[in-house]
Design a protein around this ligand. Sequence first.
Ligand code: NAD
Length: 359
Amino acid sequence: MAYTVTLIPGDGVGPEISEATRRVVDATGVQINWEIQNAGADVVAEYGTPLPESVLESIRRNKVALKGPLTTPVGRGFRSVNVALRQELDLYACLRPCKYYRGVRSQYDNVDLVVVRENTEDLYAGIEFQEGQPETRDLIAEIARLGGKEIAPDSGISIKAISIAATRRIVRFAFEYARANGRKKVTAVHKANIMKFTDGLFLAVASEVAAEYPDIAFEDRIVDNMCMQLVQKPELYDVLVMPNLYGDILSDLCAGLIGGLGVAPGANLGDEIAVFEATHGSAPKYAGQNKVNPTALMLSAVMMLRHLGERAAADRMERAIAEVIAEGKDVTYDLKPTPDDPTAVGTSQMADAIIARLR
Ligand code: NAD
């Protein structure tokens, strides 16, 4: 059976790692018609937006997409297309497995964690008020009127909202994932001691949902303590579930535990639609150099094959990637003992080595 999958190559290093990944997926023998869709800064001139409706339509139609990273201008310009995609398609769960592969350079060799990040609300909802604008002044006055605290008049404001419904569905997602994947424990991460009405609500709802899953252990950790614990004893943790901002930060921390962003895959999932993408961004300084590690996007594609029900192909692809990394010969600079190792190969050569190992 052939699948149609939307492929968003992305920008920066996106096109190179997307091409490398597409070649490896095709080499597994799974028949995929790739529907190429472009988004981001490069299409603004043509479509007047970095996220054309045709991209959303393609993903809605195909239900599955593989996506390269897209650059977001800092502090100006358009809002993140990556965040907009998740919101537009209600991809409420961000799933980021962080598993150590032998041969990767890391301080740890015993990490097998899964970060489940709520994707739609919290400080990332984009409810923001710019400093000095009339609406911002109104909001500051309204908060003072409602008996809230004084906010300095020269403030910019970002609103953090966390709902019962969105918390319930992300925590259920985490427990369902744990159950389906033989995981033993879910840890809710929060700052409920300080933000009682948002993180406090997250923790209360998480505890309620946990009671529905007596077969899976449940505990909670305050986010700052969680960071320290993960650095000291990551082996104690299994599935972590948390609001959006902490999820963003802890995903990178956990990627660091397994050897860096070059090997950290991910998926953004809704009830019907799934978009698979690496945790890392567009690494613009390496764009066009055939240099960066394609593993993170390739492991995201492995997750995609599993999602499509192609478990055998997914297992073969994962094994081929793991073998090439373990051998340590045909790997990119970040997997070598030093970043300037002259034996490092390029993105496409690493893909060739993985294809040669597929069997
Ligand atoms: P980044 O993840 O792009 O890169 C940070 C550093 O990590 C790189 O300089 C490089 O040293 C390393 N790195 C990243 N990917 C690698 C790979 N595949 N192989 C080897 N090394 C790798 O983070 P950034 O520099 O903070 O962000 C650059 C742009 O990407 C920003 O515009 C940001 O908004 C965007 N971004 C997009 C996504 C996404 O598309 N989902 C995610 C994160 C960041």
